[in-house]
Design a protein around this ligand. Sequence first.
Ligand code: NAD
Length: 250
Amino acid sequence: MADDIERARELIAGAQRITVLTGAGVSTDSGIPDFRGPQGVWTLNPAAELIWNYDNYVADPEVRRTAWQERVEHPMFSAVPGRAHQALVDLERSGKLFALLTQNIDELHQKAGSSPSLVAELHGSNHGTVCLTCGAIAPMADALARVRAGDDDPACERCGGILKATTIMFGEMLDADVLMRAREAAIACDLFLAVGTSLGVHPAAGLVDIAAQVGAEVIIVNAEPTPYDPIASVVLRGGISEVLPEVLRR
Ligand code: NAD
């Protein structure tokens, strides 16, 4: 492991434009469970995946009530950034961070101090709501306050339509502009760093391939194996809060 960390540090020292892709693993030490890790929400309860499906959410008021109850109790809304988020702020200060692509919906990178202009949220944000009828966007906090006050499936206050989080659910397309920006960042970088992601969700996971094909070095930091480990220059298997600050320390 020490040799691998040293090798990763050398690659980072030699890089000019680093694109980072983060997943749920950067936020587990902030108290937000991932989906597919050993303590992941779906690992412990596979049925929980159903409420993340767009068609189920729209068709079934019971699914929405379950989703709202989960949101209102979710640690995400009180979580604070951890050492991994901070290490990526420090990377930005070094001038080498080209883009910070995240699959996370918790906004902890921005909370830690990463520039919003460098962050691309591939799967949206859980901090807003959108009306599926009129498209009105509103703060998630407003809807959660209504749930706490007893409304178990709050509807749009403007038109009565169904409200969902401003996240990309299974069955929904990613925002085309965000995806294009992410692909451009994968093409333009000379080092691609994937952190805390099982790299099992496409098209986000395919960004690793794009970067590798244009000749970028690939570093993967994740506790468990990923399908992209064989094409990585270095794979670091330890805990992210320990490994990432160590690798990015100048
Ligand atoms: P994932 O759950 O599929 O994979 C997370 C990976 O991180 C796992 O392989 C796990 O072993 C690893 N990991 C977890 N904690 C770690 C730690 N402390 N050190 C090292 N490795 C650690 O997550 P994903 O690939 O991001 O995809 C899941 C989807 O779920 C994403 O699309 C995202 O939108 C959503 N999600 C987001 C959050 C969040 O915003 N914090 C949380 C859960 C799920």
